[in-house]
Design a protein around this ligand. Structure first.
Ligand code: ADP
Ligand code: MG
Length: 293
C-alpha cells in the first residue's frame, strides 16, 4: 500500500482503538486465514475471582489460603492476584515468603511460615516434588467442566488442597468469533489452562479448535506449525506467555490491557483489549489494499 493510504488507515484505526505499530502488519492482516487466540485475558476478562477452597480432612482451610496467598503475593499472574484478593476478602492475613520461584505457565513455589509451598497445575506439582494430584482430581474435573481454573496446592511435598477461580468471558468475544468465522477465518484457542477448562470456554464461544496445556514455546510452535502448513497466521494474546507466539506470527495482535512484552512483540495493539477490534482492523486492512489497485 502507499504510505498515504497506510497513514489514513493507521489514523482511522487509532480512532477505533486499533493501534498499528508496524504498517506491514496491517497489510498482512487482510491475507490471514487463521487466528490463534489466547484464552486468559484475551477471550476472558483475565480478572479471575477465587470461588472455592478445598482441603483434605486434616488441613485447615484458612491455613491453606494463608500459605497460597502469601506465596502468590510475589507473583504478577492474574490468578495470583485473585488468590491474594480472595484471602483479603476472607480476612486471612498474609505473611512473608522466601525462596520464591515462578515457573512460567505452570505455577509458583516458595517458603512460607516454615513450610515449603507449591501452587500450580498438575504438571507443576508432579515435576517439582512428584506430588500426585489424583486425590483431588475428581473435584478439579467438576470445577473445570464449569469453565473454572483449578489449582493444586502442595505443602511440604504433600497435596494439601485445591483452589478454584472463575474468569468471565468477555462480553463481545462470542460476537467477534462469529464475525471472524463468517469471514472465513479459522479460529484456534491456545491456552496454558487445562483441556477441560479450555473446552468449556471454547464451547461457550463456538470455537472448535483448542490447544490446551500450552507453554509459551508450545504456543510459538503452534504458530510455526500452522505457517508451515501454508496458513497465514495471526496470533492474539495479552501475556508474557504469549510474547514468543506473537513475534512468530505473520501478524501479532496484543491486547492493550496486557503485559508490556506482549505489546512490544506485536505489530498491532487492540487498545481496549476488545477482540472485535480485529474485525475492524481487517476491514481497514482490506480498504488500504484496495486503495492501491
Ligand atoms: P493462559 O495461556 O491461559 O493465559 P498461563 O500460561 O498464564 O495461562 O498459565 C497457565 C497455567 O499455569 C494456569 O492455568 C495455572 O494452572 C498455572 N499458573 C501459572 N501461573 C500461576 C501462578 N502464579 N499460580 C498458580 N498457577 C499458575
Ligand atoms: Mg493470557
Amino acid at each position: 500500500a502507499t504510505p498515504i493510504s497506510i497513514m489514513t488507515a493507521t489514523g482511522r484505526g487509532a480512532q477505533s482503538g486499533v493501534l498499528v505499530r508496524e504498517a506491514a502488519a496491517l497489510e498482512r492482516l487482510a491475507a490471514i486465514d487463521t487466528l490463534i487466540v489466547d484464552k486468559t485475558g484475551t477471550l476472558t476478562e483475565g480478572k479471575p475471582r477465587l470461588t472455592d477452597v478445598l482441603v483434605g480432612p486434616t488441613f485447615p482451610e484458612n491455613r491453606l489460603l494463608m500459605l497460597a496467598a502469601s506465596l502468590e503475593k510475589a507473583s504478577e499472574h492474574p490468578l495470583a492476584e485473585a488468590i491474594v484478593a480472595g484471602a483479603r476478602a476472607r480476612d486471612v492475613p498474609l505473611v512473608a515468603v522466601s525462596d520464591f520461584e515462578a515457573v512460567n505457565g505452570k505455577g509458583v513455589s516458595g517458603r512460607v511460615d516454615g513450610d515449603r509451598v507449591l501452587a500450580g497445575n498438575a504438571a507443576m506439582l508432579l515435576a517439582d516434588v512428584g506430588v500426585d494430584t489424583s486425590a483431588f482430581a475428581g473435584h478439579a474435573e467438576g470445577l473445570r467442566q464449569n469453565g473454572r481454573t483449578a489449582l493444586y496446592v502442595a505443602v511440604n511435598g504433600e497435596l494439601a488442597g485445591l483452589l478454584a477461580l472463575a474468569d468471565e468471558i468477555k462480553i463481545n468475544a462470542a460476537e467477534a468469533i462469529r464475525a471472524l468465522h463468517a469471514d472465513g477465518i479459522r479460529v484456534v484457542m491456545a491456552t496454558g489452562d487445562s483441556a477441560v477448562t479450555a473446552d468449556a470456554v471454547a464451547k461457550a464461544l463456538g470455537i472448535d479448535d483448542v490447544a490446551a496445556d500450552q507453554l509459551p514455546e508450545d504456543k510459538k510452535a503452534l504458530v510455526e506449525r500452522l505457517k508451515a502448513e501454508g496458513r497465514v497466521v495471526a496470533m492474539a494474546g495479552d501475556g508474557i506467555n504469549d510474547a514468543p507466539a506473537l513475534a512468530a506470527a505473520d501478524v501479532g495482535i496484543a491486547m492493550g490491557t496486557g503485559a508490556d512484552v506482549a505489546l512490544e512483540s506485536a505489530g498491532i495493539t487492540l487498545l481496549k483489549g476488545d477482540l472485535s477490534g480485529i474485525v475492524r482492523a481487517r476491514t481497514l486492512s482490506k480498504a488500504t489494499l484496495s486503495n492501491i489497485r
